[in-house]
Design a protein around this ligand. Sequence first.
Ligand SMILES: Nc1ncnc2c1ncn2[C@@H]1O[C@H](COP(=O)(O)OP(=O)(O)OP(=O)(O)O)[C@@H](O)[C@H]1O
Ligand SMILES: [Mg+2]
Length: 312
Amino acid sequence: MPSHHTPYAINVRGLTKSFGGRRAVDALSFTVRPGRITGFLGPNGAGKTTTLRMLLGLVRPTSGAALIGEHRYEDLPAPARTVGALLEADGFHPGRTGRDHLRTYAPALGADDRRVDEVLAQVGLDEDAARRTVRGYSLGMRQRLGIAAALLPDPPVLICDEPTNGLDPEGIRWLRGLLRERADRGHTVLVSSHLLAEMQQIVDSVVIIDKGRVVYDGDVAAVGEPTVRVRALDGARLAAALTAAGAVVEDAGDGVLRVRAAGAEQIARTALREQIVVTELVGEEHSLEELFFSLTEPGAGQAPATIQETAQ
Ligand SMILES: Nc1ncnc2c1ncn2[C@@H]1O[C@H](COP(=O)(O)OP(=O)(O)OP(=O)(O)O)[C@@H](O)[C@H]1O
Ligand SMILES: [Mg+2]
């Protein structure tokens, strides 16, 4: 099975989907690299599920391409073994036990009973849970069973739509570990969410979309990098001294400097040495949410959007 351990990037190119006359996904392009966890983020109705369904061959693009490696899902040599997927509504048979649900799919995925028990353990469904019918499962247990099904063939590509839905804080931590382990093995991991703050703790890279378009594509580390906001009586001289000391200084307007790559103490010491009076010195943390709103505020080239907005 050569497909099994080959890393696959996910390539979305000029992807568009219209429902009636409305574009749910609008000329979307991005790449998801193997070996990292990528968050696919955006508010309700942004087009996340539609995009993921196109990647899985469940929705036909109006134009453009949604590719696993260089193939459409249905053209992959062994699609079900290559791509594991957790989708919004997984059709569990309510009268089946968790274990039987997995056993139903296992043969087609080249997985045996041992593998079924392995993934049950991996997702934290114990023997008692495995024997119960899905009817009696909590939301979080269903989510875990859906993840177990996605993991069955140990696929090199994992695509999860809102995997944290229904998970408690411990469950979210567990999920992070599970995704991290796969990324560390060189697998491709794409997870969608409308909860930007939650995802910032889990993912390495993000593609943020709004109204079917990419508004940000990059590393989370770059977003989270702390800065220091400084105001001084001789800002220009302080900026020069800080730059000479290796800091990255940006003029934020209104007499404010935004400084990267130097902490508040280092800035204060530089100012002291240069005998410059500092009137304001505040550390700033940056969140994906802040970034999202800064990119979608009126004047940022797009209409306003709220995370609570529902388009259904
Ligand atoms: N089958 C369909 N028919 C008509 N419109 C659809 C269909 N599927 C999705 N849409 C519309 O496409 C847009 C994007 O929906 P999608 O489900 O992809 O958003 P999402 O980003 O997954 O949102 P959420 O965070 O709520 O899951 C919405 O306006 C939705 O109403
Ligand atoms: Mg969705």
